[in-house]
Design a binder for this molecule. Sequence first.
Ligand code: PHE
Length: 447
Amino acid sequence: MDSKITEREQWTSRLGFILAAAGSAVGLGNLWGFAYRSSQGGGAAFVLLYLLIVLIVCLPVFVAEMALGRNTMTSTLLAPVKLAGKNWYPLGILFFIAPLGIASYYSVIMGWTADTLFHSLFIGLPKNLTEAETFFGSISTGKSVLLGHLLSLVLTALIVSSGIKKGIEKVTRFFMPILFIIIVVLAIWASTLSGAWEGYKTFLFKFDFAELTNPQTIRNAFTQAFFSLSLGIGIMVTYASYLNRKSNLPKLSIGVASLDTLVGLLAGFITFPIVLTFGLSDAISESTVGALFISIPTALGSYGAVGRIVAVAFFALAYIAAITSSVSLLEVPVSSLMDKFGFKRKNSVWLITVFLFLAGIPSALNLNIFATVDSIFGGVLLIFGGFLVSFFMGWVVPSKFNDELNASKVGIKTTRYLKFMTRWVAPPIIAFGLLISLFDLLKSWVS
Ligand code: PHE
């Protein structure tokens, strides 16, 4: 199981890492997942659970993933074996397969996003809900969906094939600031809508205690936390393997997690006011997948020129957010093949891209398959991966975890706190979340 690395690229600076990692984290999950999951009955209880999971569970997992990457300086397929021997190869394989699973359908949603963007730009917005539904129907079937899927994969591949510094870092450095500007401007605009206050209330203050124990809300909160932070599937392991030895891992992870959470909340401050101003909240919570693509254009359709500009800005924002996430999904398997078999970056990229195109076809053509693949790869597998990585760093190779915390020079208190959380707090809580999520998922399949 020799790794055949010759020389390993590095981010040009810590900011480069933060923007790339935040680019991975901030994605369609923030703009689309956050809105529909919180309106699926969870309301403010969902938001509260989500924030608690991020703080208590995801931050230690984040640091554990980064420690694994930086300590081994190798890709996710080989990292666990390098630290703990051959028995841990399955963890590497899980980290190889999980991002492939998500990437295969993520590009499908990117295709819908691009279609909606072009439609808003060149043709116009739908006049009513029925027209919007017909439009979504047309972009989510047949040739049009396959073309969107293919083009989004090719765009992602072109960036990843240019490498870490010249590809991923360059693109995220350019796009992330633009993304933040668009999202803040849109949130300010949304605050002027007549339904703004109603939207905030629904999103943040409609608190129902019973929701805290509702398995669906718990599953939604765990899924959203892991999916949105890109945790549990080796992304942060890979990105941290391009960091230098001196970077402060806990500080970096707090930076990335804060940016991601901020964008998730800001996105809620955009979608909820828009949707509630037009009484379209059912369109969001009922249709999980198409929510954003139906309700947002419908609502904005009645705003004339301003509505159209906002729609273009919103879907451009979504596409930017998505592409900086999809590059991270591709980088994980690509770097694994490079390290394991000595493949050239370009060959590895195109091989996997062809695979992803084929693997994504069933999800592209059938929304039920799409939802199933999403609930497995974008849900329970991430939570399971999060459990394994905290268990691995906390219990299997604690001394390596310690080394990385020492190298980060975070002080004795933070070190103790993180070790404690990674060993005693994160694994049992994630195991609990995983069980509830599995149970809820199986129940949804049976019913
Ligand atoms: N975090 C991204 C989002 O919110 C999606 C993603 C999940 C990317 C897992 C990489 C890994 O859309």
